[in-house]
Ligand binder design. Structure first.
Ligand code: DAH
Length: 334
């Protein structure tokens, strides 16, 4: 029976072709030439129909067995070649020293900001946020800063070239107004954020820097609450020996207003007993009126300070511009 005799040699040829395929593309070529639609083995199967009836069962059986064997051989060779393709092309020397990836770190200002936030969270403050592009109302008017106040001078404020005369906020105090206008008292927030002023850059100034604002509104809030809170946070940040003192000052949105000085090992290291660190005061009744809080019912305090200044004192940094230059030799020290 000629067909039956053809099966074995053709199978052997196919097995040899599969085994000698050097890669997956070669294997696919071999598969097509035997088992593809026009393949040689497929052609054999097609002849089956032309056989005399009595020869068909034996031939069919032989062909099926061969085909099963071929498919198994094909799959096994494909597995080998896939594994080979996945292996590294070059030999690996496992005795080489490892390559260390340099880990990034948080910027020192981010680290200090996170520490400040952590301190305030311990005593129940939550972080609030507001836009850096502001308007006169939130940055000045609602904070009781009169139109002729020097802080509004275009010398200090970046105004945008828009018809509605928007500006880059000069302080985070604008967020006090946004938060109070949106929610009823009580309020207990801090607002870390970026601010902008038209200053020339030098060792202690930069046209953009960062502040943290704090605002606490409730019934019966007093200056001693303010003092206790500020003392707690600065001791947390600057060491348990830290002392603070309040000096009378003027801010349009607080009455009375104070400047806060602190004294610690850090200030003495800088050759000073006291260093000015923040502004604060009791929220002005007019500010409460402006946001719709009844000043006969609600009392509160607010403060604001610069994050760069805190970081500079803590780490003994003498030039604020170092924070923005992204010099890796500077950044790597924190
Ligand atoms: N906004 C002031 C500044 O930029 C800081 C400040 C002072 C914030 C007193 C306050 C405050 O909330 O009560 O210098």
């Amino acid at each position: 029976m000629p067909l039956l005799d053809d099966i074995e040699p053709l199978k052997q040829a196919a097995l040899a072709a599969f085994q000698s395929a050097a890669d997956l593309a070669g294997l696919e070529e071999a598969r097509t030439s035997f088992l593809g639609a026009n393949g040689r083995f497929t052609a054999l199967m097609k002849q089956l129909g032309g056989l005399p009836k009595e020869e068909r069962p034996a031939a069919g059986k032989g062909i099926n067995a061969a085909k099963t064997e071929l498919e198994a051989a094909l799959a096994s060779r494909r597995g080998e070649l896939e594994l080979r393709a996945a292996m590294p092309k070059e030999p690996t020397d496992f005795t080489l020293p490892g390559r260390r990836r340099v880990l990034g770190k948080l910027h020192p200002l981010t680290q200090v900001t996170e520490e400040i936030v952590r301190s305030f969270r311990k005593i129940g403050f939550v972080v609030a946020d507001g836009p850096e592009i502001e308007d006169d109302y939130h940055c000045f008017d609602a904070l009781n800063t009169p139109a002729d106040h020097p802080a509004r001078d275009s010398q200090d404020t970046f105004y945008l070239d828009t018809p509605d005369r928007r500006l880059l906020r000069t302080h985070t105090s604008s967020v006090q107004i946004r938060v109070m206008a949106k929610q009823p008292p009580p309020v207990r927030i801090i607002v870390p954020g970026r601010v902008y002023r038209r200053d020339n850059a030098d060792a202690t100034h930069n046209p953009t820097f960062h502040q943290v604002e704090g605002l606490y509104v409730d019934r019966g809030v007093t200056v001693s609450d303010l003092k206790g809170t500020v003392e707690f946070v600065f001791r947390d940040l600057m060491g348990p020996e830290t002392k603070i003192r309040f000096r009378p000052h003027y801010f349009s949105y607080t009455e009375p207003s104070f400047e806060i000085d602190f004294s610690s090992a850090l200030t003495r290291k800088m050759g000073k007993e006291w260093l000015e660190i923040a502004g604060c005061g009791m929220v002005h009744p007019q500010v409460f009126e402006n946001v719709g809080y009844d000043p006969e019912v609600w009392t509160g305090w607010a403060f604001g300070f610069g994050i760069e200044r805190i970081a500079m004192i803590r780490y003994g940094i003498n030039d604020i511009r170092l924070f923005y230059q992204n010099d890796i030799r500077f950044l790597r020290q924190f």
